[in-house]
Design a protein around this ligand. Sequence first.
Ligand code: ATP
Ligand code: MG
Length: 401
Amino acid sequence: MSACNLKNFFKRMFTKGEKPATGEPVRQFIEFDKNLIDKNAIKVVSIIHKAGYEVYLVGGCVRDLLLDLKPKDFDIATNAKPEQVNKLFKRSRLIGRRFRLVHVLFSARDFLEVATFRSGKVQTAKNGVIVRDNHYGRIEDDVMRRDFNINALYYDLQKKEVIDYVGGLKDIAAGEIHMIGNAKKRFAEDPVRMIRAIRFAEKLGSEMSEEIKTAIFKQAHLLGNISSARLYEECIKLFQNEYSFAVYEQLEEYGLLKYLFKQTHKNDFIKKACNNTSERIKLGKPVTPAFLFAVFLWQAQNERFALIKRKQRSFHLAQLQACDEAIVNQIKQVSMPRYLTSKIKDVWMMQSKLEKIQPKKVQSLLDNRSFRMAYDFLLLRSQSINPELKKAVDFWTKAQE
Ligand code: ATP
Ligand code: MG
């Protein structure tokens, strides 16, 4: 069912006054396009179902299916305990400390996550952050631990029914994002939910509730308590998509950006690079977080360089130090694997070499493994903050032919 059909469904439902009794979920028969559902997810659900357990697709995949979007991943929720799920699959493993989950493996990179219903009873630290969340529960409880109404829908593959306890269907149809429970409290429990709200608002073209907006404005600083490793994963989701720059602007507007990239300030280069990333994704071209991170930190690196150069005579050493300092500052907030930081440095260090063309060095630069990315970087600079680089770009464009 598409969003449009969903809207009609709700118009009918509410004009007829078919609201379910309180406490009872809405059950809506919906047949999704089979091609949009992961074959492995169908298999896993069917095996758990045949073993006699309750089992559903849940969360973002149901939301996306309702909107005719191809889900990024499929999450499965069941009343079977992790050990029971683990026994059903030869190739599966128990993971997680804060909460235990099962990964059913299909290949080295391909797995599905199966989670047992949790009660939502969470143990929080003094600052409100969840430290333990491992009490099993029923589906009614599992719903309440999820972040937004739109993310708390369950799909019964056997009955082809969406099960909605919180009004998620209505919110999807209306294009609204509402928190499950009190927004202030739920953001304090897990501040990452704030950046998730921003991301979903842009992805779905939806509007966050006033309660959510106010709570983010007031509590943006809590994002500063999140581990840099977790924020790395989240940053990739924030910016490597078709709506990258809109997310950037919203993060800035809500005061969240400085807890991810405190050295970054908006300019045309950033806009150009975010939009370029979105274009590449639409065309199915590969993208790497190294590129956007390099763009976000470029100005900071330049400013460091200008300062260091006053004392350091060697251009090369000053450049190296500036790169290191910009990166060290950044990974305090958002960590990055080493291969990424070394790629970023390569791209930065190559800029001055590409700017000043030295005939003897052309071939070795063309052969450099980071040439292509450094060239793209130079190109976007020339199309935004450094129009004077057009000549150099033209040279390198021809040199590749
Ligand atoms: P997408 O996969 O498109 O990024 P998603 O909603 O599927 O979006 P996931 O991170 O895959 O996001 O999480 C799956 C589901 O788990 C969510 O839909 C939501 O119900 C729940 N969830 C994820 N992160 C949180 C969180 N921080 N707090 C509460 N519930 C969460
Ligand atoms: Mg998901």
